[in-house]
Design a binder for this molecule. Sequence first.
Ligand code: GDP
Ligand code: CA
Length: 342
Amino acid sequence: MRIVALAGGIGGARFLRGLQAAAPEAEITVIGNTGDDISLFGLRVCPDLDTVMYTLGGGINEEQGWGRTGETFAVKEELGAYGVGPDWFGLGDRDFATHIVRTQMLAAGYPLSAVTAALCDRWKPGVRLIPMTDDQVETHVVVDEPERGRRAIHFQEWWVRMRASVPAESISAVGAADASPAPGVLAAIEAADVVLLPPSNPVVSIGTILAVPGIRAAVAAKTVVGVSPIIGGAPVRGMADACLTAIGVETGARAVAEHYGPGLLDGWLVDEADAGVRAEGIEVRSRPLLMSDPDATAAIAAAALDLARELAARDRPGGTAGPDGTADTGGPDGTGDTGDTA
Ligand code: GDP
Ligand code: CA
């Protein structure tokens, strides 16, 4: 089975680990968000790609969810002693090495996709990790602070330095409209049996990936199942509500499904707390969605794959929804069977 997943950082990476456990034989391609990338101290930092690479490669700081295990901060302290900032973005000594290698390779002319592949040669994440684009795309946030007025700042400054405490008036993926998918991205999606949207941030992770021209259309042509990052009207961790509010979407499992829309999403997993949620044109199932431990996370991934298989079978001419099928009045193309309703 060929699976493509679009992924941000922590939420995406943890889900992917569950997916690997649930589908050990599958060929998994991960399309990573690069909108959060930032240049610091002359180094190119790709937080989401690195979180996926470290998590799947066994190098992640498990408690934190990002950064390296066994990390030390001597370089950061030395920079601070020189009065050189920013000090709000945590880069440890081990992590610095990754950014040095990346920056060196980029300066030598390698595209980010090739650099990422080279870094993964060391980490062996067990998936093919491709950045959404080799072009520069940066998520910017417009804020209006009383002392400083209205200005656009880098996403990381809003997210990490301000902890999203100032409302975002708008969020945009600068450069996305002119970007091209990285080599291999569209081919992987086209070859996929299923495309999964992990519980990553729907605005600044998945939304940014989908903003690269060509990706949304390629994904929409496949069987797509998403996992809600919103449980009971709140993000499980982080401040995704602040991003959703900025784009005028309510913080709810249904609102996020409708934001993706039935043109993109075929199936949607919501938590049991949201069992009553329905979204027109999207098959919604409820499950425990807390990625509390590896087994629970693998069960979520397995449920996403089950739903995808069922929906794919239903879309095939003459296909059926399977023995426990919940086919309703028919899929968008009218091939759905009438079956037992759950
Ligand atoms: P990223 O978008 O993948 O970089 O990851 P974040 O760590 O910023 O989290 C994205 C979203 O994942 C947030 O909206 C969280 O609410 C959601 N999330 C985090 N942990 C869980 C979980 O255990 N279950 C579910 N369903 N969502 C989660
Ligand atoms: Ca579709």
